[in-house]
Design a binder for this molecule. Sequence first.
Ligand code: FA5
Length: 348
Amino acid sequence: MTTAEVRQSFLAALNAVGSMDELERIRVEYVGKKGYVTELLKGMKDLSVEEKKTFGQEVNVLKNEVNEMISAKREEIHQKELEEENNKMPEFDISIPANLKRGSYHPITLVQRQCEEVFKSMGFAVEDYSEIVTDYECFEALNIPKDHPARDMQDTYYLDNGQLLKTHTSAAQNAIYKKYKDALINEGKPIKAIFPGRCFRNEATDACHENTFFQMEGVMVDKNISISNLIFFMKTMLSEVFQKDIKVRLRPGFFPFVEPGFELDISCLICGGEGCPSCKHSGWLELCPCGMIHPEVLKAGGIDPDEYIGFAFGLGLTRLAMMKYGVKDIRDLNSGDLKCLDQFTDDK
Ligand code: FA5
């Protein structure tokens, strides 16, 4: 082939190229070691010196042209590929319903809602309260003055501004009395309220203690309230939550805001009362301290203790969830471990 023929055939081949692979193939075919252009040079050996010079220049010009055209074509194909990529339709179909696993309520939320339903059905209002409270709300209004040794029972997280993270839901008692006292005094409506909430204590954690846990406080104030009322409400709540009779025991307990005060324990449902780490090997789990509201606490809430009396309880909601769902270690509940929490998924 002459240089003109090689040029012509190369242009035709280049015109037909549509991909990088094809381009590479014709590059090798024309300017590769055994390509047409290279082969032209091999035929030079039979030419005169003068002819060699002219022909050599011709072939070199052709070789440069071929290389330049290949480079230009490469850039052209590259740009085309980029454009195609950018214009591509997304490969997913947005009309297909998502196949994601649905989330679920946390076991503590489930138990809390169940308790709320039970107490609502018995005429209790459900109240919410802040997690950051004042020293007065958490302690002083509850008959725990500054420097009282009872403060040591709850290792408290204090904030720089003097407020603190609520150590118990009892911190809302004062506000609840103030909210409902007028209806009690003027209209004779008993105060009946529960107030679940998150509590914080700087405690060493173990199978039944967390530094962040939930309680559910309940109070009832009226005339002629007795401990029997308290026991009735607690037993009703437990039998509704567990759907069976639960063994409970009441023993004396000290809390400055109740008098008399009790500890209501339930027989550990993890070990059936035999003793295990979840119940500190005692067979019993401290679940719900309670008692008759101290006169000083009623007074701080604007209620005359000579005329009114009431009970209060502080149910350990997190522990109740442990017992209800057979969670052996309280720390699993705050772990964020989906393998653990998934078990309670309510997909129905
Ligand atoms: C109190 O917090 C009192 N405010 C309860 C109370 C209210 C007594 C009204 C009388 C009248 P105590 O510190 O024992 O009490 O906690 C109450 C319940 O919360 C415990 O029985 C337990 O079930 C739960 N609880 C306490 N500390 C923790 C903790 N670190 N981890 C998990 N649950 C806890």
